[in-house]
Design a binder for this molecule. Sequence first.
Ligand code: TRP
Length: 446
Amino acid sequence: MAAPRGEFTSRFGFLMAASGSAVGLGNIWGFPTNAASNGGAAFLFTYLILAFALAYPALMAELIIGRYARANAVTALRTISSGNKTRLAALLVGFTGIVTVSFILSFYGIVSGWMIAFFFDPIARLLGASQLSAWLTADAVMRNSLFVVLFMLLTIYIISAGVKEGIEKWASRLMPSLIVILLLLIVYVLTLPGAMDGLRAYLIPDFSLIADPSLLVDAMGQAFFSLSLGVGTMLIYGSYISSKENLPTIGSLVALLDVGIAVLAGMLILPAMYVALANGVEIYDDAGGLIAGPGLIVSVLPSLFTTMGAIGVFVAIAFFALMTIASLTSSISMLEVPVAYAVEHHGLERRRAAILIGSIITVISLIIVFNFDPLFDLVVTVTTEVSQPLLGFAFCIFAAWIWQRSEVLEEIKQGCPEVESGIFWKIWPFYVKFICPVAILVVYFQ
Ligand code: TRP
C-alpha cells in the first residue's frame, strides 16, 4: 500500500505553493513582453478581465475536483464520472494532462537551466574567471545539457521529499524571497535614466489594439499558462488542501498573487529595457518591435547589466536568482503531476517515482537540446497552444456537465458553509458550464 497522502499544513503553505506554481517564467518574462508588443496597458486591461472572468473559474474547477477526490488527475476525473464512456474520457483527459505537463516541463527545464547559467555568470566575473563567464553565456549544447540536468536534479530533490517537507517547505522559503528581490529590483531600476519611458510604454494603453483578435488569443493563452491550468497541476495541489479551507477565497488569493506579480514584473522588465536603450543597447528587433523572445533575457538584459558597472554584477545576480526561484517553484508543481499519479495509481514509492519520471523528462529535455531548432518551438506550440486549451475546456466540461452539482456544492460547503447564499455560487456554476467552454473554443479557433 502507498504511504498516506500528504497535505499542506497551513493556508500560507498552500498559498506559497500554488502561487509558486503560478508565478514563473510566464509572469516575469512572458507577461511583460506580451504586454509591450500588444499595446501596453490595453493588454494589461484585457488580461485582467480574462484572468478573473475565465481563468479564475477554471482554476476553481481544478481546485474543487482535486480536493473532493483527494487524488491525482486520472483518479479524480474518474471519481466524478458516472458511466463507462465518461470514465474512459476521464482516463484520456487525465492522462493527456500528465503527458502534456511532462513535455511542458521538458522545455521549461531547458530555459530554467539558462537562468542558472546566467546566475553563475556574474559570480564568475566577480572572481575574475572570464573564460568560465564566456562559457556560461554562450549558447552551446554542452552548457545547455549540463544546466538542464542541474535544474532537473533540484526539481527531483524537492519533489522526492514530499508535499510538506518538499513542496510546502521550499515554496514557503522561496516565494517570499522572490517578492523581496522583485521589489528591490523595481525600486532600483526605476531610479535609472530612461526607466520612465519604459513605464510609459507599459502603462499608457493603446486602445486601438484592444479589439485585435491576436491580443485576445495572446491574453488568454497567457492567463491559462500563467495559472498553470488544464493539466492537473492545480488539481493535484487542490487535493492537498485541508477540508477546512474556504476554496473560493483561497483560489481568488492565488489568482490575485499571480496577476499581481505579473503586473509588478512588467514594472521591472519594461523600464529595464528602456534603461538599456538609454545605455546604448539595442532593444528593437528587425521588424521594429521590442525584442521579446530569448534575446530579451539572455542578451538585452545581460548587456544592460554590464553597462551598469560594478553594481551591475549584483543586479545581475539578483535578477537571475529571481528567475531561477520563479522557475523552480513552477517546475516542482509540474513534476508533482506525474509523480502523484505513479505513486497513487501504480503504488511506486515517492522517491523512486520522482527519480524515475524526473529522469525520463530530463532525457526528453536533452533530446530537445540536441535537436533544438526542429524540436523546441514544436514542443512549446503543441503543448501550450494546442493541448493546454483543449484540456482546459475538458476540465470545465467535467466540472460542470459531468459532475453532480449537489456534490460540487457539498464539497465547497465543507470549508465555506455559507457559499450557497454568496456571489460565488450564483455566478461560478453558470460560468464553468457555458461561458468558459465557449470562450475557450472561440479563442482557440481564432
Ligand atoms: N504557471 C507557470 C508560469 O507562469 C508555469 C507552469 C507551472 C505551468 N505549472 C504549469 C504551465 C502547468 C502550464 C501547465 O511560468
